[in-house]
Design a protein around this ligand. Structure first.
Ligand code: SAM
Length: 172
């Protein structure tokens, strides 16, 4: 389980300010590091939903949120993104995908449904496509298909950060 680099923490403050975030969504909670950063960035009126497929990770994340006094603002949704996303309702201001990239293409209709104009979507784990530590990992076609569809989708404008592991999309 690899939490995001702490150097990326200010990204969530920027995005929360830019979108006046009240609802944020993460797929791939891990032990809860980024969900906690997102909740802190959004402030006391912001709610974070975070999806986690591994029950042990979900448990550890919930314990961490309890210890940090964030339990009322972060909800851990157990299950894989593919099964949980169809059950979600309403719009999120910021979405972070940080899970098994082979599911990413199936998320696109939900990204449209669960965002509003000017919502921001950050997609992590693009390394299998671009090389780096993930160069030999499986799933390149899935990432390629996801990015191609996202870039061509008239509902989004997408920037793939050069030399990096993530893309940033804005819903239009
Ligand atoms: C890189 S870690 C997440 C780190 C976390 N986002 C952070 O920055 O602190 C990936 C997590 O996603 C979970 N995961 C992987 N594929 C998933 C999926 N399809 N649905 C839900 N969770 C998934 C893994 O169990 C793991 O805990």
């Amino acid at each position: 389980m690899f939490p995001s680099d702490p150097l990326q923490a200010p990204l969530w403050t920027v995005l929360a300010s830019l979108t006046h975030a009240r609802r944020m969504l993460e797929v791939g909670c891990g032990h809860g590091y980024t969900a906690a950063v997102m909740a802190s960035a959004g402030g006391p009126d912001c709610h974070v939903d975070t999806i986690e497929g591994d029950p042990h990770h979900a448990e550890l994340a919930e314990q961490a949120f309890l210890q940090r006094g964030l339990s009322r603002r972060i909800r851990v949704l157990r299950g894989r993104g593919q099964s949980v996303l169809p059950k979600l309702k309403g719009r999120y201001d910021v979405v972070f995908l940080d899970c098994d990239w082979r599911e990413y293409p199936s998320y696109i209709p939900h990204l449209r449904r669960l965002t509003r104009p000017r919502s921001i979507i950050v997609t992590a784990n693009l390394n299998p496509l671009f090389g780096g530590w993930g160069g030999r990992l499986p799933g390149k076609p899935a990432i390629q298909s996801y990015l191609t569809r996202l870039v061509r989708d008239p509902h989004f404008r997408t920037y793939v950060v050069p030399g990096e592991w993530h893309s940033i999309s804005v819903r239009v």
